[in-house]
Design a protein around this ligand. Sequence first.
Ligand code: C2E
Ligand code: MG
Ligand code: MG
Length: 298
Amino acid sequence: PAADITVLQDRAKTASRNRSAAEDEHCKFYDAAFTQRLLRERELNDLFEPSLENGDFQVFLQPKVGVNNDEIGGAEALVRWIHPAQGVIFPSDFIPLFEKNGRIRSLDLYMFEQVCKTLRDWADRGRQILPISVNLSREHFRSDDALRPLQAIASRYAIATGWIELELTESIFFDANSLPNVDKQIKRMHELGFHCSLDDFGMGYSSLSLLMEFDIDAIKLDQSFFKDIARPRAREVISSILQLSKSIGTQTVAEGVKNDRQIAFLTEAGCDLIQSYYYSPPLPVAEFEEWLARRQSS
Ligand code: C2E
Ligand code: MG
Ligand code: MG
């Protein structure tokens, strides 16, 4: 009651803006955490452009290891924001924000370009080329020619598009309005020679019809899939998905596997690749190269 009316109005607005579309509440109460979050969001938004120019966003690579042969089948590029004053900022703190305001498109293109530079460098140094996958946010699928800038960057660095896999998250397929464009863009990816994978499979209500409708080269099974492989029913479901994928020629990657028991099960069930801290966390490119060299020499 003691607060100024303009302050109260601001807080009421803040509370109402924080009402999510899913909530069917008649009242929403102001909470100081809303303001904290808004301030943090504003801060991250302000830091974005300078950070992009200064190279504070960095590519980290995490290997995908062959289940049967222990060979490295590729790597995923994951963004790390290493800010000189703020330290490391993790993707979970900024990806959802930048997806809301569209900045994710510039960030994804930046990551894509850094990956092309790395591949070019490997080729120039006569090193073995490992395919690298890059995450593409659903924001790209609002536009018709989302792939044009990717193609332009790849050709600027003389990169064979087959060295690059584009990871689309499962949630892209939940928005019925964007589906026709997603379908078109996946076809276009293949015309251009990129590989395409379905990320986070199993996090939402994955539908097998995704595998039927879309020409996807690989599926990445989310770590939530493996938490209860002690249950026979869970094991059967995972085995069937792996077999189904194999029979339609789709590669399978298990993410975030934790222990030998899970690896033994995935080996038996015919999974192709594992991407997990078990082998290596995402590493800066130079450290990733050292990791590879150590592994190949041992
Ligand atoms: P994702 O694409 O599914 O990437 C896999 C995430 O699992 C990474 O988290 C990786 O560090 C983590 N991970 C790998 N192995 C393990 C493990 O054994 N245990 C556990 N607990 N986690 C493991 P990260 O790097 O924090 O990225 C989180 C998400 O942020 C990514 O999930 C992806 O959706 C998004 N993301 C990251 N980089 C980019 C980017 O450049 N562009 C876009 N659009 N999204 C990105
Ligand atoms: Mg991914
Ligand atoms: Mg994933």
